[in-house]
Design a protein around this ligand. Structure first.
Ligand code: KIV
Length: 270
């Protein structure tokens, strides 16, 4: 299947214009090599997610990754992006203390990594910080529903906003983020019907993960959708490839060839 790849760099303005016109595609990326492949395939947005904490660093959750580490990873992805917009996640602790620190962290990310925008989790409690970031020239993507940085408060990664009160609060939060100037909002692991309501209630695009088909776009963690992440297969995840097996086979093939001295061959030697 051929995918139309635009020649120009994606912008936050263009992402906004895609609402209701064309579905937005977003995938996580954490390094130059894979980001280049994903960008060349034509994805609209590369998200340097703080899921790097789990996927790259092997942590149990997203809490330990630092601002310096996120900036380091984002630089490689920015170097790879010829077409896609690059969004970098603001890690836990870099925006929760007060609005001044939040704005300073967001500016550091743009200045030191070259990312086009930042993403942060939360609703009313971060709306003022977002307003100030946007005023300072930092494009912001919101993140509502399952917000993994609050895993210790939620006690797990279950579906959010099943009850009416939480669903209503989520709609209010989405409207606040929209008014604060977010150019898009990620909706994670909420009922599809609620995601449809939120999508209709805000002027900016919504990007879903485990939020059904009515959102303006979709995001997945790259390593999960490539089938590289062991047995991790929640209901919302589709494996678009099964790369763990070929990687395993390549490595066992290499080990055998070295052990039986068939690698390197004379043709592979100087
Ligand atoms: O960190 C991440 O990968 C994310 C996506 C799951 C949206 O925030």
């Amino acid at each position: 299947m051929s995918v139309h790849v635009q020649n120009t760099r994606m912008t936050t303005t263009r992402i906004r214009q895609m609402k209701g016109v064309e579905k937005i595609t977003m995938l996580t990326s954490y390094d130059f090599t894979l980001a280049r492949l994903v960008d060349e395939a034509g994805v609209d947005v590369l998200l340097v997610g703080d899921s790097a904490s789990n996927i790259v660093c092997g942590n149990q959750n997203t809490l330990p990754i630092t601002l310096d580490e996120m900036i380091f990873l984002t630089r490689g992805v920015v170097r790879a992006a010829q077409h896609a917009l690059v969004i970098a996640d603001m890690p836990f602790g870099s925006y929760q203390i007060n609005d001044d620190e939040a704005v300073a962290s967001a500016i550091r990310i743009l200045k030191e990594s070259g990312a086009d925008a930042v993403k942060l989790e939360g609703g009313a409690e971060v709306a003022n910080a977002i307003r100030r970031m946007v005023k300072a020239g930092v494009p912001v993507c919101g993140h509502l529903g399952l917000t993994p940085q609050s895993v210790n408060q939620f006690g797990g990664y279950g579906l959010r906003a099943k009850q009416e009160a939480e669903a209503e609060q989520l709609i209010r939060d989405a409207k606040l983020l929209d008014e604060a100037g977010c150019f898009c909002i990620v909706l994670e692991k909420i009922p599809a019907a609620l995601a449809a309501k939120v999508t209709a209630a805000v002027s900016c695009p919504t990007i879903g993960i485990g939020a059904g088909a009515a959102t303006d776009g979709q995001v997945l963690v790259l390593h999960d959708m490539l089938g590289l992440n062991g047995d991790f297969k929640p209901k919302f995840l589709r494996h678009f490839a099964h790369l763990a097996e070929p990687v395993h086979d390549a490595v066992t093939g290499y080990i055998s060839a070295v052990k039986d001295a068939t690698f390197p061959s004379p043709e592979e030697s100087y």
